[in-house]
Write a protein that binds this ligand. Structure first.
Ligand code: HEM
Length: 444
C-alpha cells in the first residue's frame, strides 16, 4: 500500500464524503418518489419539496466531491506539483460544514433559492469562496507544467479541468443574477437568464467529469498520446462550443431573439459529430468487459450511457419536440440519465481506479455484480421516466390542457420508476460500502 501523506489522506476523505452523499442521496430520492406518488398520506411527514431538495443537494455534492478529489489527486500525480495540506483541509471541512448547514436549512423549511440551489442564497457565498480556494490550489500546482509533444503543452484533460473550474465560477455567478432587481424583477429577463445559466452550469461540471474520463481512458500506455492528439482537441472544441452556447435549447419556449435559437440549434446538433465518433470508435475498438477490473466496467458503462443520453438530448433539442418536452419527466430523464448514467459511472470508475490496488478479488467480483444490478435498474428507471414524460406532454393529450393535468396517466409509469429505483439503491449501497471500507483502511 502506498504511504499516505497528509494530502492523499485529504483526497481520500473527499472520496469518502462523496460516497456517503451518494448513498444517502439515492435512498432519499427513493423516499421522494413515495412522497410524490402518495402525497395525501406522506405530505406531512415526508414532504416532497424537502426530500427533492435534499436529494438533489446530496447527489450534486457527490458529483462535486468525487470530481474535486479526483482532480486534486490526478493533477498532483501528473504534474508532481504540491499543495499546501492546510488549504486542502480547509476546503474539505468547509465543504462538509456548508453541506451540513444546507441540509439543516431544508429540514427547518428554510429555502429561498432556486432549482439545484434551493437553500437560502447567502450560503452561495460560501460555495464560491471554497471554489476560489480549489481554483487557487489546482492552478498553482499545474501552472508551470509542460508536457513535451503536446500541442498546447498540457494534455487535454488538464485543459478540461481548467475550463470546468473557471466556467463554474462564471456560471455560478450567473445563476444568482436573479437576486439583482435588474434581472429578478423582469419575468422574461429572469427566465431567460436562469434557464441559460443552468444549462451552462451543468456544462461546467461535465467538463471536469469528462476530463476525468479522458484521464482514465488514456492510462493504458498504448493510448497515452491520445490526450495530446488533434482529434481530442477538436472534440474538446465541440464540447466548449456546447458549453458556451449549447444552453440555448433551454430557452426555446422563451420569446427571445431568433438568431440565438437558430445558432443554439446548430450547435446542439454538432453533438451528432460526437455521436458519430463514438460509434466509429466502437466499430474499431468494440467495448469489452475484460477481466475482474471494476474500473473498466464502470468506464464502459459511462460510454454506453453517453450514447443513450446523446440520443435523448439530440431529440429534445429539436425545437418542435422541445416544446412538448418542457416541464415533463422527459427532462428529468435527461438530467437524471446524464447525472446517474454518465457522471456517476465515470466517477465510480475513477474511485475504483484509485482503489484498485486495495481491493480483494472477492470485492472486485462483487463490484462487477453490483455494476449489472445498477444498470438493469437504471435502464428501466430511465425508460419509465421517458414514457411518463410522454404521457404528461400535450403531444399525447389535449394540447390546450396544462401539463400538470396529465400526471395521473403518467403515475403508473412513475410506479415502474419507483420499483426500478430499488435495485439502483441496493447496488449503490453495495458499491459505496466496498469503496468506503477500502478507503477507510487506507487512511487509518
Ligand atoms: C434510487 C435512485 C434515485 C431515485 C429514486 C431518484 C428520485 C428522484 C426524484 C423523485 C426526483 C424529483 C423529480 C421531479 O421533480 O419530478 C429526482 C430529481 C433529480 N435526481 Fe434523482 N433519484 C435517484 C438517483 C439519482 C442519482 C444517483 C442522481 C445523480 C447522481 C440523481 C440526480 C437527480 C437530479 C439532477 C435531479 C433533478 C432533476 C431535474 O430537476 O431535472 N438522482 N430524483
Amino acid at each position: 500500500m502506498e504511504t499516505t501523506t497528509s494530502t492523499t489522506r485529504t483526497y481520500r476523505h473527499f472520496f469518502i464524503v462523496a460516497l456517503l452523499c451518494l448513498s444517502a442521496g439515492v435512498w432519499i430520492g427513493h423516499l421522494g418518489l413515495w412522497s410524490y406518488l402518495l402525497p395525501e398520506h406522506l405530505k406531512d411527514i415526508l414532504p416532497f419539496r424537502m426530500l427533492r431538495a435534499m436529494h438533489v443537494t446530496l447527489v450534486v455534492a457527490w458529483i462535486f466531491a468525487a470530481a474535486i478529489g479526483g482532480v486534486y489527486h490526478y493533477i498532483q500525480k501528473e504534474t508532481q506539483g504540491n499543495y499546501k495540506p492546510i488549504l486542502l483541509k480547509i476546503h474539505l471541512w468547509g465543504y462538509v460544514l456548508l453541506g451540513g448547514i444546507i441540509l439543516l436549512s431544508y429540514f427547518l423549511n428554510r429555502y429561498g433559492g432556486r432549482e439545484y440551489w434551493a437553500f437560502p442564497p447567502p450560503l452561495a457565498i460560501g460555495i464560491a469562496v471554497l471554489w476560489l480556494l480549489f481554483a487557487w490550489n489546482t492552478f498553482k500546482a499545474a501552472w508551470n507544467y509542460k508536457q513535451e509533444k503536446c500541442l498546447l503543452e498540457w494534455p487535454l484533460y488538464l485543459w478540461m479541468w481548467a475550463t470546468g473550474i473557471l466556467f463554474f465560477l462564471y456560471t455560478f455567478t450567473e445563476v444568482y443574477l436573479w437576486t439583482l432587481p435588474f434581472f429578478g424583477k423582469t419575468v422574461l429577463r429572469d427566465i431567460t437568464v436562469q434557464w441559460k445559466a443552468y444549462g451552462s452550469l451543468v456544462g461546467s461540471w461535465n467538463m471536469m467529469v469528462y476530463g476525468t474520463a479522458l484521464y482514465l481512458a488514456t492510462r493504458p500506455e498504448a493510448f497515452r498520446s491520445y490526450a495530446c492528439s488533434k482529434t481530442a482537441y477538436a472534440l474538446y472544441l465541440i464540447g466548449l462550443a456546447n458549453l458556451i452556447m449549447g444552453w440555448a435549447h433551454h430557452i426555446y419556449p422563451v420569446p427571445t431573439y431568433q438568431w440565438i435559437k437558430t445558432l443554439a440549434y446548430f450547435i446542439s446538433m454538432t453533438e451528432l459529430i460526437v455521436l458519430g465518433k463514438l460509434l466509429w470508435d466502437w466499430y474499431r475498438f468494440p467495448p469489452r468487459f475484460q477481466g475482474p477490473s471494476p474500473y473498466r466496467y464502470y468506464l464502459i458503462g459511462g460510454d454506453i450511457w453517453v450514447f443513450l443520453n446523446l440520443l435523448l438530448a439530440i431529440a429534445i433539442s429539436i425545437p418542435a419536440v422541445n416544446l412538448y418536452a418542457h416541464g415533463t419527466h422527459l427532462v428529468v430523464a435527461h438530467s437524471m440519465g446524464t447525472t446517474i448514467g454518465i457522471n456517476t459511472h465515470i466517477l465510480l470508475a475513477s474511485l475504483f481506479y484509485i482503489s484498485e490496488p486495495l481491493l480483494s478479488e472477492h470485492q472486485r467480483r462483487r463490484s462487477i455484480t453490483f455494476f449489472y444490478l445498477f444498470n438493469i435498474g437504471l435502464i428501466i428507471f430511465w425508460l419509465g421516466l421517458i414514457v411518463a414524460g410522454f404521457h404528461e406532454s400535450p403531444l399525447i393529450g389535449n394540447p390546450t390542457t396544462p401539463h400538470i393535468k396529465y400526471l395521473p396517466q403518467s403515475n403508473q409509469w412513475m410506479w415502474v420508476v419507483l420499483i426500478a429505483s430499488i435495485p439502483i439503491a441496493i447496488a449503490i449501497t453495495g458499491i459505496t460500502t466496498i469503496l468506503i471500507k477500502r478507503l477507510l483502511n487506507a487512511v487509518s
